[in-house]
Ligand binder design. Sequence first.
Ligand SMILES: Nc1ncnc2c1ncn2[C@@H]1O[C@H](COP(=O)(O)OP(=O)(O)OP(=O)(O)O)[C@@H](O)[C@H]1O
Ligand SMILES: [Mg+2]
Length: 254
Amino acid sequence: MASHFRCENVMVRFGGVVACNDVSLDVEEGKIVGVIGPNGAGKTTLFNVLSRFQDFSEGKLFYREQRIDRFRPHQMVRLGLARTFQNINLFVEQSVLSNILIGSHCLIGNPLASLFWLPGARRTEQELTERAIETAALLHLERDLDTVVKHLPYGHQKRVELARALASRPKIILLDEPVAGCNDEESAELEKIVRRINRELGITVVLVEHDMSMVMSVCDYIYVLNFGANLARGTPAEIQSNPDVINAYLGKEE
Ligand SMILES: Nc1ncnc2c1ncn2[C@@H]1O[C@H](COP(=O)(O)OP(=O)(O)OP(=O)(O)O)[C@@H](O)[C@H]1O
Ligand SMILES: [Mg+2]
């Protein structure tokens, strides 16, 4: 399988803390790839590097064999990368529809057309709204479009974040703990949605998650990080029976 997105030997230091220590990861096209590891293992820092929110002192990044080390976050969005955040990062005073539309602003063509409210711009605005409504339906948010985000239950808010990420029409999506804080029902729903995003929309997924039952059931293969470094890579069955992985988890409370 072709590499969609990869990093090689990435180093990130925060003062004396080495958050990513020589980390390498290869995300194959069309797969769901898990990234797991105990708290503080460097998973979010790695996502921040991959989405270019975080600089790194050493290492290389590739998107389909193109070097992208110096790309900025908005360039990553244009390449086709979207992400969600470990802590919900929405405009909570605005409606669900407005939040989803924010994710699609990168698709607007000529900004001058919208400035002068030309017919082309109006069409775009209408198209984006139609697409936002379709995305909301995929995530079962169609009845919440006009609801102000802060009035929604937590599980719905997690889905709005996912909808906003999908609204940029990504080819690859990084999900940082999509079911954290959700109840069992919400988690099961999100698990199904992640599968559909992958199978029906053909989006490559990279998933950081502490919910092991979700990780083991949806991922094609998994990377394990520990103390900022690669500990293992394998299929869910291989990872579950890997003694190094078991030790890493037993050494900490999860
Ligand atoms: N901005 C920062 N400044 C200083 N240290 C940081 C910063 N961000 C992360 N760290 C440290 O880097 C290490 C890795 O943190 P990171 O958040 O990447 O871990 P994680 O695997 O996502 O953990 P969790 O499962 O708890 O979300 C930790 O020791 C953390 O305290
Ligand atoms: Mg994290």
